[in-house]
Design a protein around this ligand. Structure first.
Ligand SMILES: Cc1ncc(COP(=O)(O)O)c(C=O)c1O
Length: 371
């Protein structure tokens, strides 16, 4: 059983063929339509397709004026793209610990990490659960610091009734095949700030402004566009979004029930008032369970599982550059060691989840470290 299988088929194939036949392949009408669909869906004024979430994050940091030497607060526990976007801007990622119950930024520690050089806070909505944006926004407003949501995993997630991607100054989604919907590669920046939107529009495509006959180049921009081929896949995927979210949520609730009496495994917890998108279903194993041995045992049962995500300070590049002691980031360190992602995608049936949980129960028993 695979960890994730994107829900793609003949609709996506036809959408690609239509673009190829049209002769307009790069950013064009399909990208504009895809952007409109997402903006309307989440309630944002503007949306900009990008070639990936990584380029979307970098473009956003650049557009809000993060400069070399500035500090940007990010969670230590995330996919490296979050911190890499900060590095690409010449800025310094300041790694803050997470709350182990939600895998999300701990807001109290965010406040402690703010310095006069802090130019942005970039919470990640871990695995599709929104960070505590109420508290984070409160802290950010008190210090006059913009908040950029890394909403890569969180299309469809809500915090107190508001959609991910509308909870900060800007939000960035990913459409990598492991995300809620896919465009193969692709991302999107959402914002309701007109000034920021105008900058992003120019910077996304070479710093160009279109005139009546030709373009003029008003900034040193990037080529971070989304192609119409990718956008067309995204349009076909948007038709399925509600079905995908419903299935993910209902399967997650089956997992929650099945796991409730499995020793050594804590299912993900969702704060009151939030709606998880379950891009990944990630459990925390007891400290004395060897997670990598569990992954091996599950593989023997023909079930693909993997770690949760990465603790940045433990990765060679960041370790060499910042040399942060594990004791400063205890929860992220623990999450890197003990989090486990289980298979979850709309095509799975309840019986398959039963077999995952039954294999996991045995794998955990045989992977306990000796005292
Ligand atoms: C939290 C987070 N941010 C950013 C990214 C980067 O997304 P992309 O592959 O679209 O660049 C990912 C991808 O896994 C992610 O999980």
């Amino acid at each position: 059983m695979r960890l994730n299988v994107p829900l793609t088929g003949v609709d996506e194939l036809n959408a690609i063929a239509e673009v190829l036949q049209s002769g307009f392949l790069t950013q064009g009408p399909k990208t504009a339509e895809f952007e409109r669909l997402i903006a309307t869906r989440i309630g944002a004024m503007y949306a900009f397709g990008t070639s990936s979430a990584t380029t979307g994050l970098h473009l956003t940091l650049h557009a809000i004026g993060v400069l070399p030497g500035d500090e940007v607060i990010v969670p230590d526990f995330s996919f490296p793209a979050t911190a890499n976007a900060v590095i690409q801007q010449g800025a310094i990622p300041v790694f803050v610990d997470i709350d182990l119950a939600t895998f999300n930024l701990n807001p109290t520690l965010v406040e402690q990490a703010i310095t006069p050089r802090t130019r942005a806070i970039m919470p990640v909505h871990a695995f599709g659960l929104t960070a505590d944006m109420t508290l984070i926004n409160e802290i950010a407003a008190r210090h006059g610091i913009p908040v950029v949501e890394d909403a890569a995993c969180a299309l469809g997630a809500t915090h107190r009734g508001r959609e991910a991607g509308t909870l900060g100054l800007a939000g960035v989604f990913s459409f990598h095949p492991r995300k809620i919907i896919t465009t193969a590669e692709g991302g999107l920046i959402s914002t309701s700030d007109a000034e920021l939107a105008a900058k992003i529009a120019v910077l996304r495509s070479h710093g160009a402004v279109r005139g009546s006959h030709y373009m003029s180049f008003v900034d040193a921009g990037f080529n971070y566009r989304l192609s119409d081929i990718h956008a067309a896949i995204g349009i076909a995927q948007m038709v399925k979004l509600d079905h995908i979210l419903d299935r993910r949520r209902s399967l997650a609730s089956v997992y929650n029930d099945l796991l409730s009496d499995v020793d050594g495994v804590s299912p993900p917890s969702v704060p009151e008032g939030d709606l998880h998108s379950y891009q990944s279903y990630v459990v925390l194993l007891d400290d004395d369970v060897d997670r990598d041995s569990v992954i091996d045992r599950m593989r023997e049962a023909d079930i693909e599982t993997t770690l949760g995500t990465y603790s940045m300070h433990l990765q060679p590049y960041f370790r060499e550059r910042f040399a942060i002691d594990d004791r400063e980031l205890p929860s992220a360190t623990r999450a890197q060691r003990s989090a486990l992602t289980l298979p979850l995608y709309p095509q799975l049936e309840n019986e398959q989840l039963e077999s995952v949980v039954s294999a996991l129960r045995q794998a955990v028993v045989s992977s306990r470290r000796k005292p």
